[in-house]
Design a protein around this ligand. Sequence first.
Ligand SMILES: *Cc1c(COP(=O)(O)O)cnc(C)c1O
Length: 367
Amino acid sequence: MNTTSLEQSCTILTVDLAHIATNWKRLAERVAPAECTAVVKANAYGLGVAPVARALFAAGSRTFFVANLAEAIALREILPTATIGVFNGLLPHCEKEYQHFQLLPVLNHLAEVERWHCYAKKCGRKLPAFLHIDTGMNRLGLDPFEVAQLRSSPHKLEGIAIAAYLSHFACADIPQHPLTAEQAQRFSLARQGLPAAAASLCNSSGIFCSKKYHLNLVRPGCALYGLNPIPTTTNPMKPVVRWQGRILQLRDVPLGETIGYGASYCAHRPLRLATVAAGYADGLLRPLHSRIQVAIGTYYAPIIGRISMDMITVDVTDIPCEAIHLGDFVDLLNDSLTIDELAIASGTIGYEIITALGRRCTRRYME
Ligand SMILES: *Cc1c(COP(=O)(O)O)cnc(C)c1O
């Protein structure tokens, strides 16, 4: 690790690539013989797509999904031979880019099917794509009427090599939610009468619902990055992220003084405070509404007062003086301070926390 950049850093995000690889392998073993792919959209959920995608490829993943064309072109540079699917679909007038970079659009509605079909005809060869069938998200994907049209007019699919049919669960993170079984049923019915091809239904949570949903390939994202795919159970994944902020100042605050913006916190006893470099511009969401702890060595201390753009104030009154020094780094996230806990305290989900991390942090990668 680079000590120069450490000296110059105020906030550090350390990403454990070995644990990401382990998480992928665990999922791959769990779903075998189905193929385990990797979802690396949004800059690999904020962790840095280049090192993360390389680590996943080295672990064995050969198919990757991103959200949009720009992400896909960037990923093609990183992984020259991987299969790359683009969830947002086939933007008009961009057919050439998809073909040039050998990207597979996820065709989400009939107009996209039509355009890929025409482009394949123009190229004089079959072009691969995923075909997304909506089964209850009502966000992207062919609706039942469009599926029926494909069934009655199979020529619409001529020239398209269907890599797999996709559908996406709405409630797989809630065990036994009735919509999950309903969606699986609708997906299976929708595929009847369409050309035979592989099928894919599971995100991370879906993988843990039932083996029967694994089908031919699964599409985990959050579980690779250590988030808990089924929040009501113990997390089966390895933690991936350590997030640290530097102590910029230590100060004593007399009884009755207020702390930070809005004077929202009043010292009910004389306090010793550590001002730590990490704020909402680093991804520590300002609505953090319950007191959360940071770790200083083996001690824990609560954040008090409002979250600022660049810093927080931590109540270190009860930590022995010799255990805490100006310039030390405190842990905001580590193996025991989890993203999922921080998300609950912030009134959101782990996905929002992780994708917001590291916009400004120094990122370090452990192989
Ligand atoms: C983001 C996404 C995934 C991955 O979801 P996780 O819950 O992070 O595992 C899978 N499929 C689709 C269509 C997605 O948009």
